[in-house]
Design a protein around this ligand. Sequence first.
Ligand code: KIV
Ligand code: ZN
Length: 509
Amino acid sequence: MNDRVKIFDTTLRDGEQSPGCSMNLREKLDVARRLELLKVDVIEAGFAASSPGDFEAVKAVADRIRGCTVASLARCNRVDIDAAFEAIRNAADPRIHVFLATSPVHMQYKLRMTQEQVLEAIAEMVKYAKSKCSNIEFSAEDAMRSEPEFLAKAVEAAINAGANVVNIPDTVGYATPSEMREMIEYLRNTVPGCNDIELSVHCHNDLGMATANSLAGVLGGARQVECTINGIGERAGNASLEEVVMAINTRKELYGVSTNIDTTKIYKTSMLVYNIIGRTAPMNKPIVGTNAFAHEAGIHQHGVLANRSTYEIMTPESVGIKVNQMVLGKHSGKHAFEARLIELGFELSPEELESCFAEFKKLSDKKKEISDSDLEALARNRTPADKEEGFVLERFTVQAGNMTSATSVVVLKKNGELFEDVALGDGPVDAAFKAVDKIMVPPEHSFETYSTHSVSEGKDTLGEVVVTLRKSDRLFVGKGLSTDTIEASILAYIAALNKLIKFSQPVLN
Ligand code: KIV
Ligand code: ZN
């Protein structure tokens, strides 16, 4: 049997559609480029029919990414399949991913379809998709709660209609590893043609078993694993790419398979995605958490110093965690700057490059050593070419101390006009935020989170602040970057408020 497992990344679809993980077009393209550098086999870029924004994003990814298959999700109907194909048709290797549920509970209550109708729809729609595109994946939604005999018929119908890949999702994270392995083995042993196509697994993490179930699927014979960076996804998330790939790598003798992933790109990809969704890795997150390779306990330190393999089953270097190198400085030119950003996976438009380079020059006046982490932070926070409208920070002052209330004067600019206000607050950040509120007058919302972290080492490091605001079930994330934490905070707050205000404006026809 083929010993190569394909990695199908659905960060931009299953990941992005979950609450608090939405990304704008530019962020999706940054992630897609990074996934290409990581060498995933398939990027599921979105669900083209779900909204014009999704269509545009899937198309933008398909038009630009050359090193991977690009897929769009589609329900089992012609409108969705047409939209998916239109969005991906220019991809180097386009794939339409059609899905329909096969479990009794989904068929009865969601689809209101009989088993016969479901089999007919699969046959008809997979055939229709195949008439447009040679690369078709079919997913039997909620497969792991489906009757195995019926699931086998659904898989057979999809294969006969031309599916190249059939995916067996554990949609609600209900399965256990032994069940997953047995289901894949059962399908391979019963469905005619099953060994001539690729079987795939797609596991959710509701019971914390998504990685284990995906690996069990591989042991059963699945040769595609669907996963997301950092395991983001619906509810408790999807199987996390970094865990699945590093388990396959670290336990080669057990799994007997390999992936094409460049594991040294894992850490940076993970950090990019965390940054975009405004979070940081939980401390104990496998592979990428701050403590994943930290050896605190004396007895562990002693062992690791004597021989790393005592407590280390993989090296931090193998996933790309290394001490920052000093790469550029005050005298570096624009070409060197751009070349390094490209190596790091960023492709900037000429306008973005111009403004980002100006920020780099300002930073190099304040900071002698500019590391990859600084460069990445500058690129992630670059001013978009299609600059989002709203307020921008012109200047601010704060006066604060431990014996006096903090006062802040903030001046913002919008459409060329300056707005100034002053406020007292409980500390300099609070005072500045209150002054911003007086100018921007945001609609009602709750202040969800405020976090700050340093981008690299040293006292002169850039600080990155992330502010999250909530209005009913929508989250608005704003980020700010500066060597001055108060400035980074104000920038982050303004960015989040601009999004909130834009979202709350009535749509005019
Ligand atoms: O979890 C699921 O079943 C899915 C399918 C659409 C593949 O995401
Ligand atoms: Zn899913």
